[in-house]
Every structure is written in structure tokens, then in C-alpha cells.
Design a protein around this ligand. Structure first.
Ligand code: ZN
Length: 458
């Protein structure tokens, strides 16, 4: 490598939405941007168990764009493989990442125990992906940095975090090497979010690494109450359950906030709401600790908790299931790939009085995606269950910008990037977005594959 060349290796989030990991190398300094797990398709999930194709012990530092599992969930495995440098992120990002990693460690341990007891794992014995203890050792490496301020990483190599409105604390990352700027978009939020401010837009990017989750779609303008009101009414009429699988971070708080508003304004019929997410409360505390990162006021926190019953123990989960009468149940995880929602759907998916409302992106191979595609049966805890529930989708609650938002996010770049690399998207979304960028800006676009390495003149 010549001294004015940097390399980026795509270790995840290439040709797929999940597993974001981008290794930036410049003159012996190695920076990993995000460290997520693969989710969804089995072939992807199996890759989580392989060691990284690079020496983790040689990585100097990690930068986190935000706290979602597909951006932080591989950190304990990275630590286990020898990484012991600092992990940098904004305050709320590190708080969220801590909650997610601790929760994952607990779930991995529980699931391994359950699989061993009930004998449904293909592995003998089933091992946790990582333990709570390993998660906590990894969290010890977290170092908070403020947004917007340039940070020194090595000679002629600086970085900073800039607000991008996807979840609380989320940012894009700018890396300055000599006089070139690399921008890693992270996941880009949407304008006019009920809880978050609009994403900031970069003014300069010589090389842009752009997420493309919804690169081929425009979110419908389906108004929250217009979609939800009839679903609640029907649920009340047949005394059924409306199950909303939800990401514990952000979607859950947005749902609680919008439900509260709908009940207050009497635009939604009253119905008991159960929030079964052990993480949900801790995430609300993160909002409270970081008031400058979102629009919620102190009084909003009390108010949104007034309208819901928060379920904290597994025994209570069963009480909710046996509770007579109509109800809304909000439980993680958002793509039904794990979490408490599995217990609810195991009991309720075969009932015609059940409605399932999906509210976020559903990656290939997840149960959420299968339901959206009309699956007749669903495998939960090793058994196939017939799907008799109605399946609904509300894309307008997505935390990701759509194609128009992504195009608009690049609109303040004063000069053309040397290349836009599309990451964090499935192939059809990336191809559509690539075409759109060429049409709108006539810039050079590339769609890297997993493990590709690109050399950048810096
Ligand atoms: Zn995300």
C-alpha cells in the first residue's frame, strides 16, 4: 500500500442489510466502523459463528454509528477474538449498545439452555453466541465522544460523529484522512419523526458509504391512526389480540407516544395495551438521560407510561396471554427473530382473532418477512404452527429513510463524490438506488460484495 492509499474491507452489510462491519486501514491504523451481527437467512446467521477473516487483535479502535444489534451485536465476539482497543460512540449510542448487548447475552444464554433442555438445537450442546459476562467485559471498552467535534485517531486521521436521526444517539461518521473525507452514513432517519430531529446532511464526501435499506421504495403516507383505528376496532369486536412485534429501541417509544396521542385525542378507541419488553424501560431512561438528542419533554415520559401496562417478568407474560378480552401486545423483537414476541405468537398465531402488525424493515429469512410473504405456517421453538392470524404492515413507522429521503440526504454535497458505495441493503434495493443516483446526480456508484476490498486515494 502506498502512503496515500486507504483501504476499506466490507466485512458485513454488503449485499445484505445486516452485519454492518467496515474495516478502514490507513498506514497501519485499523478502524472498524460498526460491528453488527448478521440476521435473517440461515447462511448469513451461520457466518456469525465464523471468526472474522482479519486479525481482530490488530484492529486499533471501533466507531459505532448507533446502538442497533445489526451494528453492535458482534462486539463481544470481536473482543473474544483479541480486540481490546477503545469502542467509541456518542453517549446515547453507547447506552443503547450496552442495553442491547446485555439483553442479547442474557437471551443467548437462556436460548442455549432451553435448546439443550428441549433438544431442538442442531448443535450438541447448544452454546450461547456470547454470554452476559463477555458482553459486560466488552462494554468496559466503551468510550463516549461528543457529536460534531473532530477526534484524533492517528496522524492525519481524524473522525467525528454527526446527528442522523435514525434512533436516539445515532450518527453518521466522517473520517478525514489528509484532505479527503470519507462518510459512513450509518442508518439514515427520516424528516418529521415524532421523537427525533431531522437528519443532518453532509456537505462533503470524497467517498460515500451509503445505506440502501429502502433504496427501491417510497414509504406510503399511511397515517398511523388511519391504519391502527380499524385494527383496534376489529380487535375489540372479536375480543382478540393485536400483536405488534417491535424493535425495543425507538419503534417502541414511538408507538407508545403515538398511542398516547391517539387515546388523548380520542382518535383511537380505548383498549388495554401491554408492553412486554424488558429493554423498553431502560431505553426510555436513555431518552431521559440525553434530553438534547430528541423532542420528548419530561412530562411526555410520565404520560406515555400512563396508557400502558409494562410487563417485566416471564410469569406476567403468561398472565397477559390468559387475560380475557381485547388487547394490544407490543413485544420484541421487531422481525420476530427472537424475544418475548415468540411466546405470544406461539400461543396466538393460529387464532383467527389475532392480528399481527409489522412496523419495521423485515430482513430476508426472518419470520416477519415470511409472514409478510404469506407463509401458511411458522416455525417457533422447533415446531411448525399454522398461521391463521391476519398479517398487516405499517411501513410509515420505519426508522429508515426511503429512496427519496436518501437522495435528499446527499443533496447538500457541494461536489460529486469520487464514488458512492452502497451498503446495508438487499440487492434489488441497491440496484434501484444506484440507478436513481445516476439519474439524479450522474455520480459513480458501486455495489460492493461481502469481503471486497476497495483502495481509495487519500
Ligand atoms: Zn439501525
Amino acid at each position: 500500500m502506498t502512503k496515500n492509499e486507504a483501504n476499506v474491507t466490507f466485512l458485513g452489510g454488503a449485499g445484505t442489510v445486516t452485519g454492518s462491519k467496515f474495516l478502514l486501514t490507513y498506514r497501519g491504523t485499523r478502524i472498524l466502523i460498526d460491528c453488527g451481527v448478521f440476521q435473517g437467512l440461515k447462511a448469513l446467521r451461520l457466518m456469525n459463528w465464523e471468526p472474522l477473516p482479519v486479525d481482530a487483535g490488530q484492529i486499533d479502535l471501533v466507531l459505532l454509528t448507533h446502538g442497533h444489534l445489526d451494528h453492535v451485536g458482534y462486539l463481544p465476539r470481536l473482543h473474544e477474538q483479541g480486540f481490546s482497543g477503545p469502542i467509541y460512540g456518542t453517549g446515547p449510542t453507547l447506552d443503547i449498545a450496552q442495553i442491547i448487548l446485555e439483553d442479547s447475552g442474557r437471551i443467548h444464554e437462556e436460548e442455549a439452555k432451553k435448546a439443550n433442555k428441549e433438544g431442538y438445537s442442531a448443535h450438541e450442546p447448544a452454546l450461547p453466541f456470547f454470554t452476559l459476562e463477555l458482553a459486560q467485559k466488552t462494554i468496559d471498552l466503551f468510550r463516549e465522544v461528543p457529536q460534531d467535534a473532530w477526534q484524533y485517531a492517528a496522524e492525519n486521521l481524524h473522525y467525528r460523529f454527526v446527528y442522523n436521526g435514525h434512533i436516539v444517539g445515532s450518527t453518521y461518521v466522517e473520517v478525514k484522512i489528509n484532505d479527503k473525507i470519507l462518510v459512513f452514513s450509518g442508518d439514515i432517519g427520516r424528516a418529521h419523526d415524532p421523537l427525533l430531529f431531522d437528519p443532518k446532511k453532509p456537505a462533503r464526501a470524497d467517498y460515500l458509504f451509503l445505506e440502501s435499506t429502502y433504496g427501491d421504495r417510497l414509504h406510503p403516507k399511511d397515517d398511523f391512526e388511519r391504519v391502527l383505528e380499524p385494527l383496534i376496532r376489529q380487535t375489540i369486536a372479536d375480543r382478540g389480540a393485536l400483536v405488534v412485534p417491535s424493535f425495543a429501541v425507538e419503534r417502541l417509544q414511538t408507538l407508545m407516544y403515538l398511542l398516547h396521542q391517539g387515546f388523548q385525542n380520542k382518535t383511537l378507541p380505548e383498549i388495554p395495551v401491554y408492553v412486554d419488553s424488558p429493554m423498553g424501560n431502560r431505553v426510555l431512561e436513555v431518552f431521559q438521560r440525553h434530553p438534547s438528542w430528541h423532542k420528548l419533554r419530561e412530562s411526555d415520559f410520565r404520560a406515555i407510561l400512563d396508557d400502558v401496562t409494562v410487563v417485566t417478568s416471564y410469569e406476567e407474560t403468561w398472565k397477559v396471554l390468559h387475560e380475557e378480552g381485547p388487547k394490544i401486545i407490543i413485544a420484541g423483537s421487531g422481525m420476530i427473530s427472537g424475544g418475548r414476541v415468540l411466546t405470544y405468537l406461539q400461543q396466538l398465531i393460529d387464532q383467527p382473532t389475532t392480528r399481527v402488525l409489522l412496523v419495521g424493515f423485515q430482513a430476508e429469512g426472518t419470520r416477519g418477512r415470511l409472514l409478510l410473504e404469506g407463509a401458511q405456517e411458522l416455525k417457533i421453538y422447533g415446531s411448525y404452527l399454522p398461521v391463521r392470524a391476519e398479517i398487516h404492515l405499517m411501513e410509515s413507522l420505519s426508522a429508515h429513510g426511503d429512496q427519496a429521503d436518501l437522495i435528499s440526504w446527499m443533496s447538500e454535497l457541494r461536489q460529486a463524490p469520487e464514488c458512492v458505495y452502497l451498503i446495508h441493503g438487499e440487492r434489488p434495493a441497491q440496484e434501484a438506488l444506484a440507478q436513481k443516483i445516476v439519474d439524479a446526480y450522474a455520480w459513480r456508484v458501486a455495489i460492493p460484495k461481502l469481503h471486497d476490498v476497495v483502495s481509495l486515494a487519500v
